[in-house]
Ligand binder design. Sequence first.
Ligand code: RB5
Length: 152
Amino acid sequence: MGLKIVVGGDNAGFNYKEALKADLEADERVDEVIDVGVTGTDDDTYYPNVATAAGEKVSGGEADRALLICGTGLGVAISANKVKGIRAVTAHDIYSVQRSVLSNNAQVLCMGERVVGLELARTLVKEWVGLEFDPNSSSAAKVDAICAYEGD
Ligand code: RB5
């Protein structure tokens, strides 16, 4: 079964969100893409509202992952991390994107439209879709410790 992925961001990330959404929709490893906004560059919904809505879809089981884009990738990560159970990271390089899943079992990848080139962002997302956390790896106990801190 393929992944269900939420995409979202504010107006500073709208153009990349749309481009990356189109890539995900065309990716056979992805079953469903759920867009939680914003709807255009003139939609000034704040990034925390979009990012927490996306995080709740993941924490509630409606989606497996989320891809969030704002100007820097920072505000959406901070916001999504407020949702219980969410591990969101900002990453603009291949090693960090790989480790976000393989080491941290992060379900949310955040990027900044004002930070990274579009073609690199597209390459990173393509790599990200194929990554899978190994619950038998030595990283699992560390992720469990994060969950334990949260009360799980
Ligand atoms: C623009 O509002 C900018 O602050 C936002 O997109 C994001 O970069 C915040 O972290």
